[in-house]
Write a protein that binds this ligand. Sequence first.
Ligand SMILES: [Zn+2]
Length: 237
Amino acid sequence: MEFSALPKTSCGSFHQELAIPLVASVASACNAQGRRFRGARSPVLESFQIFLTTVPLPAASSSEDSFLWRANDLDLSYFSAKNTWSELRPRAPKHQYVSSVWFKGAIPRYAFTMWVSQLDRLSTRARLVKWGLGISSLCCLCDCFEENCDHLFLRCEVSEQLWDLVLIRLGYSLFAFHTWDAFMCWLSLRDTTSSILLCRIVALATIYSLWIERNNMFFNSVSTTPQAIFKRIDRHV
Ligand SMILES: [Zn+2]
């Protein structure tokens, strides 16, 4: 193996820090006494040298070195970008809400807004105030309660009116969720009233429309009635 293939550390290339010529083979970096490296000068190199103590010294040989790959505890006979990627970026456990947000047929910008809302990362007034902005934390739509995701999308009088219209259109008679958890639970339920795919598409469009409405009020002081927002959602869906 040529040492040019070794990764770079924050201080420079491995071969420089180990004082090994760039094109040295593994065998030429060793002699009968052991490996001819200089002392480790960084934690990464120290870990690397500790790891090397667990590997037998290579036999003196004039044959060609070859690459060996190992990822996710698998010995590979070839380089696998997929295995390397999953080794470098381990996946977190899949959250239950994922299938309600990212599904086949979802409109990407609607799904993105829903996803960011689910993570409570939208720049609602409550969050802007927490970041130190000297503004009112009251809801842009009703000006009565703190503007957070639960209130803005589910409990505000504007959003409640809109959900009433949307749910009646879907065939439901009762608006049954007032917290984000209950909303996500409803999105994963299957019933005979309406298809789960339609419910999810409509829910994403409703959340997106409410966020657009909120931004229109926040930035332009322009408001739309829940009936007009509903007509737009109905037409889009
Ligand atoms: Zn409100």
